[in-house]
Design a protein around this ligand. Structure first.
Ligand code: LLP
Length: 446
């Protein structure tokens, strides 16, 4: 079976150029660092488009497939436009994500609004911009959504978010009757929810059910079980309530290769498992093929992204580790500190120099836990060298903060030897732009 981009550590266009520097999208990374400054997020358009195409091709054997991209992985106007052009809709979880994809010109009918505690303002925005589906998470939201839709004289198409009782760990999973999860309806609660929708909430139009079983998943069998559980539940609800629900959303979760130890399956393997499971269930329950949604985030955008840092100071702990500090860290990539995530990196201005030392890459933020890479083999390092960390496209910028009042980094898109800014670096004035000073404190304040 063919490989797909999520199985590579580096963007597809990565090479060493004639100057001996690392080059992505035809752009010399040291020149990008010079031109735009560091830390710098770089997104390779070719890699991003390739994985979208891989997904499309992989699922083309099933006619009624709807691909959504989970925007939480990375949500910018430019990347949304590319992903939309590749034929994806969007899973959004906030007013900010709704607004961004709207500004990217996305057809809002292909947007699903998801989340466990949507605000009134966010729901109103979704209704005003006519997002295609709202995935309803709990009883409170069913009632709220009905009231808000009624006040606008609208009927809204919804899915019920359920917890199917599959809990994934990266390599293994357990199945339990009811999970301790903050998301969605337990399967013992769906009857009551459907009862309310059918009999009381006249402005809600139930189309199907939705689940998401985890993230950075390497296991394919979980999807088989998930598809079967959701279809079984759909059939049960249809039979019990005389409905025609025909939409199943399987969520996201396909993993990526952060280090050589990671072995994610390809989009093609995942697609085969899902399509086979669905076809099996279609036969088992004797139903018409349902419309299947998938909503991957990480596997779409992670490999397309790298982050460039400038190496600065170093410290040798006597008889201990050698630390090298970069000019970014936990504020632009929270994942090592939050999840002990591991990354792979090379020095962009000497990518083929022989590794000679085991070092720790530290961030610049005031926290001992701000370590980007605990242990990595690198060549001799000089101050000013450019470190390229791979696979930072997903959940890096989208989880970035202004900790220590540091400006958020810029992002560039590279393609065919061209680089374009898609997120400007924040300025010092951006940082204080939302501060306000009460009049009584104004003396001496600029
Ligand atoms: N759909 C739903 C309902 C989700 O909650 C998520 C992710 C996705 C789709 C996309 O999952 P993906 O394909 O990206 O695995 N911040 C964490 C990841 C949190 C994922 C949350 N939900 C990280 O950096 O690893």
């Amino acid at each position: 079976m063919p490989n797909s981009t999520n199985q590579f550590i580096r963007p597809l266009t990565t090479k060493i150029n004639e100057k001996g520097n690392l080059d992505i999208g035809g752009c010399d990374l040291t020149e990008l660092a010079d031109k735009y400054g560091t830390p710098l997020y770089v997104i390779d358009e070719h890699t991003l488009r390739s994985i979208c195409k891989d997904y499309k091709k992989a699922f083309s054997k099933y006619e009624k497939i709807n691909m959504l991209y989970a925007s939480k992985a990375l949500c910018t106007i430019a990347t949304s436009k590319i992903i939309s052009d590749e034929g994806f809709g969007f899973d959004v979880v906030s007013g900010g994500e709704i607004y961004t994809v709207y500004k990217a010109g996305v057809d809002m009918r292909n947007v699903l609004f998801n989340g466990n505690n949507k605000s009134v303002d966010e729901i109103n925005l979704a209704l005003d911009l006519e997002v295609g589906r709202i995935s309803v998470d709990n009883f409170f939201e069913l009632s709220l959504l009905n009231v808000l839709a009624q006040s606008k004289n609208k009927t809204v198409d919804i899915l019920l978010r359920v917890t199917p009782g599959i809990e994934c760990h990266t390599h293994e999973y357990i199945q339990t009757g009811n999970l301790d999860s903050k998301f969605g309806f337990d399967l013992t609660q769906t009857d009551r929810a459907v009862d309310l929708i059918v009999n009381a909430y006249k402005n809600l139009n139930l189309k199907g059910i939705h689940a998401h079983i985890g993230s950075q998943i390497f296991e394919t069998k979980v999807y088989e079980d998930e598809a079967d559980i959701l279809i079984c539940e759909l059939v049960r609800l249809n039979n019990k309530y005389g409905l025609n629900l025909n939409e199943i959303n399987l969520g996201g979760g396909l993993g990526v290769k952060y280090t050589e130890n990671d072995t994610p399956p390809s989009t093609f393997e995942i697609a085969e498992v899902i399509i086979n499971a669905i076809n099996k269930s279609i036969e088992k329950y004797k139903i018409k093929p349902p419309i299947i949604y998938i909503e991957p985030g990480r596997s779409i955008i992670s490999t397309a992204g790298v982050t460039l840092y400038t190496l600065g100071t170093s410290k040798q702990v006597p008889n201990g580790k050698k630390y090298f500090a970069v000019d970014g860290g936990m504020a632009d990539n929270a994942r090592p500190a939050m999840y002990q995530a591991e990354y792979t990196a090379v020095i962009a201005n000497k990518p083929d120099a022989k590794a000679s030392q085991n070092v720790t890459i530290a961030g610049r933020f005031c926290e001992s836990g701000d370590i980007l890479i605990k242990s990595i083999l690198l060549p001799e390092i000089d101050e000013g060298d450019i470190l390229c960390v791979f696979n930072t496209g997903a959940y890096n910028y989208s989880m970035a903060s202004n900790y220590n009042r540091v400006e958020k980094s810029a992002m560039v898109l590279v393609n065919n030897s061209q680089s374009d800014i898609i997120v400007y670096r924040e300025s010092l004035d951006d940082l204080i732009s939302h501060d306000a000073v009460p009049d009584r404190l104004r003396d001496n304040v600029e």
